[in-house]
Ligand binder design. Structure first.
Ligand code: FES
Length: 108
């Protein structure tokens, strides 16, 4: 798996996000309060809201437009809402965030 270094963990505030632009669209990188990271498409499946501007709580993010909640581990909408956001392998190693660039390309 080809992982690319995209940022330092400290570049993302706890419970915050940053956007990585890829050839196939923007990917939101989220950091939880306990320093886990998740990578999801930065586009809500409901009406395209920017999930990177949503609220991170636990391992979930709430879309800023209509409050749909997504599990960042699976990308699945929670509760009665139906939808899935693509997720991508990402990990933290020695304080750096590494993202699988091949899967981003494959998802296009
Ligand atoms: S666009 Fe995200 S909940 Fe509507």
């Amino acid at each position: 798996m080809t992982m690319i270094d995209i940022a330092a963990l400290s570049d993302i505030p706890p419970q915050g996000a940053r956007v990585v632009r890829t050839p196939h669209g923007c990917v939101a990188i989220f950091r939880t309060a306990d320093d886990r990271v998740f990578a999801l498409d930065d586009r809500c499946p409901h009406k395209g809201g920017p999930l990177s501007e949503g609220i991170v709580h636990g391992t979930q993010v709430t879309c800023p437009l209509h409050n749909w909640v997504f599990d960042m581990q699976t990308g699945l909408a929670q509760g009665a809402d139906k939808g899935t956001v693509a997720t991508y392998p990402v990990r933290v190693q020695e304080g750096r965030i590494l993202l699988d660039i091949r899967l981003i390309r494959r998802a296009a």
